[in-house]
Ligand binder design. Sequence first.
Ligand SMILES: Cc1ncc(COP(=O)(O)O)c(C=O)c1O
Length: 454
Amino acid sequence: MADRGREPVGDGAGLRTEGDLNLSPHRDRWQDEHLDAASRALLERDARHFLHQSLSTPCLDVVRGCEGVELIDGRGRRVMDFHGNSLHQVGYGHPRVIEAIERQLRELPFCPRRFTNEPAVALAERLGELAPGSLNKVLFAPGGAETVGMALKLARYATGRFKTLSMWDSFHGASLDTISIGGEALFRRDVGPLLPGVLHVPPYASEGLGRDSAEYVEYVLEKEGDVGAVIAEPMRCTTVVSPPAEYWQAVRESCDRHGALLVFDEIPIALGRTGRMFCCEHYGVEPDMLVIGKGLGGGVFPMAALIVREDLDVAGERALGHYTHEKSPVGAAAALATLDCIEEEGLLERATELGRRGLERLQAMAERQPLIAEVRGLGLQLGVELRRDGRRADDEAERALYACLTRGLSFKVSDGNVLTLSPPLVIEPEQLDTALDIVEEAIAEVAASPGPAA
Ligand SMILES: Cc1ncc(COP(=O)(O)O)c(C=O)c1O
């Protein structure tokens, strides 16, 4: 049996946010039933050598391959991956991405910081052309959190203000600065002092606050008076909650009125997932800064980018990023190949069409399955919220996850009771249908059995 480490603090209720819990009786049971001896042995070594932390070690299972929309687990079983840490827009191991990386590795594997290189400049040019409106200056970093950190620093230099406004329940990365603006207890609790001047508002569409909580943002910006940046995901990726377009238009106007920069974090959601290259295009609102990452590296390479308005190029004598792998030629080659795939394989249109198909199927499923309280979607980002008799069905959602894993489908459970379905955009319609059949079978199974007491 794998060493599962200590139990979660309390009942885990306030900690069910960004993803499914990695210490739970449901997980223990699933592992007891499904893992073979070799997988168990590797999980034990993992738990022995890696620091334990929520959402990862101790881990669920072993992966020994990934290809297209699938993971291949330790037993050689294929599992459709609708989780993928939101980085598999073009699927795993896309031949074009792999080929570009291999070629770049042979030509120029690394570029020290005081030099530049062709793929990095080409990527900067391309992102500047693709990004909405006047966003055309970029800075790269290996990861999303670092890139959000660069945006926070630039906002301070550009406005002379250090305060920020962000949302409760949000996630912008796991570093100290990003958990400060983030709003999840799992990351913020017990860690000591966070950044000063980080103001939070309830997320759009909070229960009981109505969907039009843009007035709340206006109120805080007005009262506080010196907020430098408002930072948010234009659509909450994990719970698939999207505000009406008027929300962002109103927030944009509030930012302009009060001298705050609007920063959109599109790290998990840009590059086609919602059917547009950038999610904010759905709302007709242009931010001052845009942060992307994850899928930019083609599901292979750590690569993220800050894209800002040209007139925000105001910190030439300061260090905004200064990361070792700042202009990675390999990361840039992976990103350029990824953008080629998205454009040439029509992945934006595909996300829109398959997203519509998926959402319609989920809507029909909701008619048949009383556990489904609401289904939501934008492009190929789909969410299924489970409730039983009006109350959040956290336990049922977790059991549905394990019932799906048994049948060959993986996804994330967000906020305790939302099944978050993020398939690669290259998925075939029939594969999507099969996955949604699995979701329905699992939900029906969970609804029919009270399940062992957790
Ligand atoms: C909305 C959002 N912002 C930021 C991040 C952080 O990105 P990274 O894990 O690359 O640091 C994530 C990662 O899940 C995210 O979902």
